[in-house]
Design a protein around this ligand. Structure first.
Ligand code: NG1
Length: 376
């Protein structure tokens, strides 16, 4: 028997810009998906889950695995199986038992953690090897099997995180650059209790955003007389943020807002990485706040519960807070000095969870920068 542990992640800053090819700045957290597995001598894969909400599921590894009905948990494992079978033709399957202490649909990437865990179990069981960067890219494309048009952040950080660090992830080409999280900093995650089910209702709203960003980029590039700039990175290299925002005035109001989020969030990622390296907690917190406002007002992916949590965290002494992950529900991440963490946690329990009758629940917790996935 072997065990693979694939952590969840909290994105610190750089939200909804990975699919625009711009750098993001997440860290892996201590909570994870654990998969105990053993090889089979045929192409079947049989999954069971300790959580009774997720019934057993079987599939045959092939380069075209039929999906289970939309929303079925096994689709993330099927995505991993199909993706690997396309890359390695003769893989055998595994018997696997899944356990997790990662909340579901909470913006902490439980789904990508399951996908990564399945992929590592199948690779290990077959003694198949592949470079980490190739696997990250393969699995980022592979997760689109479930119907979301996501970027590559989650698979990259789940596989490539370093303990004690957040990582800047650059795309095209993919690379990870770690920065140590200062000892006195404490990140806190608080769930909004609104499920952000990307395989369900949030999918359409999520997928609409990459399309809008693409259209906005194309129109601005044309307007600037640079129709061959086919990426945000090229546009940002060619013009200042001010020039880009000026050129975006001709867009529809919605596209101009989406565009403004992408280019300003890109700037905040660089500033946040520098603030962390310099140990400037107040500056990092202010960037979290600015990111939240941008996601709420320009990108329109927040909701009343997330906004309230962000406010409460700040009132309780956090240096800053923002929604994290795709939004539409899910969680916030707040940053505070480690001494302040108990009072921020207590304030959120008392003022957000207790009035909803779940004050004693496990909905708010500290997030420690953790290592990426591993097989033991
Ligand atoms: P979550 O929070 O797991 O729904 C999604 C995308 C990311 C990124 C974020 C928003 C997937 C697997 N993940 O994350 O690539 O775009 O939204 O920043 O689609």
């Amino acid at each position: 028997m072997n065990v693979v542990r694939a952590p969840g992640r909290v994105n610190l800053i750089g939200e909804h810009i990975d699919y625009c090819g711009l750098p993001v700045f997440p860290m892996a957290i201590g909570r994870s998906v654990r998969m105990t597995f053993q090889p089979r001598a045929n192409r079947e894969t049989r999954l069971t889950n300790r959580d009774p909400r997720f019934p057993p599921s079987d599939f045959t590894l092939s380069d075209s695995i039929p999906p289970a009905p939309a929303g079925d948990w096994s689709n993330y494992a099927r995505a991993a199986g199909q993706t690997l079978a396309q890359r390695f033709p003769d893989l055998w399957g595994v018997d696997a038992l899944v356990e997790s202490d990662l909340p579901i649909a909470a913006g902490l990437s439980s789904s990508s953690a399951l996908l990564v865990a399945t992929a590592l179990a199948i690779l290990h069981a077959n003694s198949a090897s592949i470079s980490p960067l190739e696997l990250m890219e393969l699995l980022a494309r592979g997760e689109r099997y479930v119907g979301t048009a996501g970027g590559g952040m989650d698979q990259a950080i789940i596989l490539g995180a370093q303990a004690g660090c957040a990582s800047r992830i650059d795309f095209h080409p993919l690379r990870l650059t770690p920065t140590a999280v200062p000892a006195g900093w404490q990140f806190i995650v608080a769930q909004s209790l609104v499920h952000a089910e990307k395989s369900g209702a949030a999918r359409q709203a999520y997928n609409e955003r990459p399309r809008q960003c693409d259209e906005a980029r194309r129109l601005v590039a044309t307007r600037l007389g640079r129709p061959d700039d086919t990426t945000y990175a090229a546009l940002l290299a060619a013009a200042s943020v001010e020039e880009l925002l000026d050129a975006s005035r001709t867009l529809s109001a919605v596209l101009a807002r989406r565009f403004r989020h992408v280019v300003t969030e890109g700037t905040r990622v660089r500033q946040a990485e520098a603030a962390m390296a310099a140990g400037e907690l107040t500056a990092f917190g202010a960037l979290l706040d600015a990111s939240h406002r941008s996601l709420r007002d320009d990108y329109e992916v927040s909701c009343a519960e997330l906004d309230q949590l962000v406010e409460l965290a700040r009132e309780a002494g956090a240096a800053g807070a923002r929604l994290t992950g795709a939004g539409f529900g899910g969680s916030i991440v707040a940053l505070c000095n480690v001494d302040r963490a108990p009072s921020v946690l207590a304030a959120l329990r008392e003022r957000f969870y207790a009035p909803r009758g779940v004050g004693g629940g496990d909905y708010v917790f500290t997030a420690e920068p953790s290592a990426g996935a591993e097989v033991s």
